[in-house]
Structure formats: structure tokens, C-alpha cells
Design a protein around this ligand. Sequence first.
Ligand SMILES: [Mn+2]
Length: 493
Amino acid sequence: MSEDRTDGQPADGTESHDPDFPEAFLSFMRQGWRDTTLPVGPRVEVPNHAKRRAALSAAFPGETLVIPTGGEKTRANDTEYRFRPGSDFAYLTGDHDPDSVLVLRPNGSGHDPVLYMRPRSSRDNDEFFRSRHGELWVGRRHTLAEKSTELGLPTADLAELDAALADLAPGRTRVLRGFDARVDAAVRPYDGPREEGQPARDRELAIAISELKLVKDEWEIAQLQDAIDATVRGFEDVARVLPADRGVSERLLEGVFALRARHDGNDVGYGSIVGAGEHATILHWVHNHGTTRPGELLLMDMGVENRNLYTADVTRVLPVGGRFTPLQRQVYDIVYASQQAGIDFIKPGVKFKDVHLTCMRVLAEGLHELGLLPVSVDEAMDEKSTVYRRWTLHGFGHMLGIDVHDCSNARKEAYRDGALGEGYVLTVEPGLYFQPEDDLVPEELRGIGIRIEDDVLVTATGAVNLSAGLPRRADEVESWLAEQREVGFRLPG
Ligand SMILES: [Mn+2]
């Protein structure tokens, strides 16, 4: 792997195709570099990370909490996926660099935070040009002081982490496990009850963070709106390149949206689903190797993740030719009515599962009108039956935030069986899917898949649709598509 080095340090990340390092080159590289500073200031626009840590601190008095972000993941051989911080770690620190670990140590009245991080490589050794993690390979990392200034957090060198974790009492320590193998190994799991494959004590930490995330603060709501606004622009881009009279590949549309996501945000928040024709009936269609066809529908489920990692999650169905057929429109209107009923129902105090039942009843009624239900609507809605689900397949929605499926470690009683609260953000996304091989539906319905998905903020009195920048009603979708085509595609910027 690595070769001998004159300074005795491993040539970290040296590859078989890398050239040799003659001594004349090494000594020439070691001299003549001016020092640089990063222009960092406090991230004043991110005021709430300390508040979130305080809330977590209050939940676990007297205990040490260890929250890693995780490291780069190998894509193949010596290439990695672009790093994406751990969501919980980012929620508590605002840090985006790989390998960092947040440690909260009890101090009597609360907790003292320390961010263990990989500091800037100095030019005192050869790492800066020889290592593939050095700054001539990947760019300048923050010094401990720069990072501390930026995040308002004490920082320490990651090299000191093992020693810091060595003497922690398992019964007084909780680790967010599954992100960093080194941390998982360093803190011996507490020998107590286990839950979902990990010590229940550690699971309780993951649950607490997830449940803190249920209520979005003002800054987070602004981040979500930012992601949603970029997503609206991305859908506009796609509509502008979608021809009415000929086919284009689903991947062209995926790529146009991805361009907007990288340009205006960080990335897409999840793999874009671009389903032309019968591909729309596959819920997580991400192969995207199909082709649009005039006369058919196009389902797109896409979201931009913004620079602070908050993501949108929006689905629209477009009639490629410009107009829905009467049958397409009939199905579309059922899904629209279901989604509208769900949005109208949402306010603080209503149960998540009752939003689900509200949406599903409208879908079941529509399926009944289409003559598809083998039993009455009431019988189909009975929890011992739910046969309508042959064509609805999934729930009405989910929490949305820094993860597309946010708050996923929350307890059932706080989420699926709980009530909505002011400041929650969730998707409302009912759908109807008629598989091409479904012998129980008329031929003309087969291959039609429709989902309409919006991102909704629970307010004191009801709900606000944050993704209202994209029309939802069938006639408005048609006129919006015509307008986008009229404007035509322009590159972002
Ligand atoms: Mn969704």
C-alpha cells in the first residue's frame, strides 16, 4: 500500500499509479510556503445549535454523550462518495466535515461540549502534498481555532479522541451508534437491555434527538423553504426541457433537476424518481432508464437539499402532451381531493394516523367510484381489511427536515401514533397506482400512477403549504406546463 518515507510517516493514501518521490523533490516541496488563514467568522445565521445541545443535555443529566458524524464511504476501490454529514451530528453542531465527533461531558449543572475534529495539516510534514487527504489534494481544512470560531464550540484534535473515550463508564455514557466504527469500538456497549440491535441506553439517545427534531425552529423552517424554493425552480427547469411532441429520456430530466440541485443547493436530497408512463406505478423508480411519450403521464418525485442539508420532497405528475385525458384527469382529481382533505385536516393536536385515514378514505371512495373495490368503502376502510391498499400502497406522508424521512428514530407514540404539533413539517403525498399487470382493473387504467406530494408546516391554527409555488390542480398544472414551455430553458445563474 504505502511506500517508505524519509520522515517515517505512512504515505497515507498513496496509490499504485502514483509517481515516486525522489529526495530532491521532497526537500524542494518542504520549503517556501507562506502561511494562510481562513476568513471565518461566527455563523451568526445559525443561532440554535447551542439551544439544541442544551435540550439534549437536560434529557441526560450527569451522562457523557458521544455523537459522531461518520466518515467517507467507499464507492469503489480508492474513490469515495461525496461526504454527507450525519444528520443528528449536523443538527447539533452545524459542522459539515467528515470524521468529527461531538462529545458532551457532564459538568455538574449541564454539559460541556467538545468537537473532536481532523485539524488542518501543517506544512511541518509531507502530508499536505503526499497524502490524498492533504490540502494540496482536497483543499484547506480548518484549524482548531478557525472551526471553534465558526461554530462557537470548543474544539480538540481528533488524535486525542481515543484517550478521551478510554476511561468512560459504559453505564454513564451514551453513543449514537452506527456512524463511526472507531467510536463504536472505543466505547464498550453497556451490558444491559438491547433494542433494535443496540444497547437500549444508546437507542434512547437516538430517540431523544429524533424527537427534538419534530419541532422545527424558525431558522429550520427558513432552510426548508429555501430547499423547496430551489426545488420549484428545478421542476420549472424540467418542465421547460420536456417536449410535448416527442420522447426524451427520464435521465435527461433527472440530470436537469440535479444541475439545479447542485447549483442552488448541496445536492438532491434523495435519488430522483422520474417515472414516465407505467414507471410511475413503481414507488421508488430510480433506474430512470425510460423515455417519455406524448399522451402518457410523467411522475417526478424530487427534492433539492440546501447548503445547510435541509431537503424538500415534492412530487408532481405532468401530462407530457400538455393535457390530461379525461380518464387520467379522473384519477388525478381523486388523488388531488385526497391530498387536499389531508392538508385541510392538519392542525396541532390531530393525530398523524388520522391524517392518514382522512387521505385514505377519499382514495377508497374514488376507487369505489371507479368500480374497483370488491367491498363497500366502510368495509375496505376497516383495519381488518384495508383492501383498497392494493392501489394506494404507502402511507400519506412523513416528517421532513434535515432527512427526507426525518425523525425516524422517534417512538411510535410520538410519531405514527402521536399528535401533530406546531412547528412540525411533514409531507402529504397520497397516490394511486394501477400496475400494468393488474387483472383486477380495466385495461385503460393499467400503467397509470399518480402521486401529488407537498411539504406542509403545522401552524398554530392549521397548515401552510410550503411548496405552493408549484400548482397542484389539474387545470393549473396544464397551464403552468404551457407557461414553462413558453419561457423555455435557461441555465441557472
Ligand atoms: Mn415523500
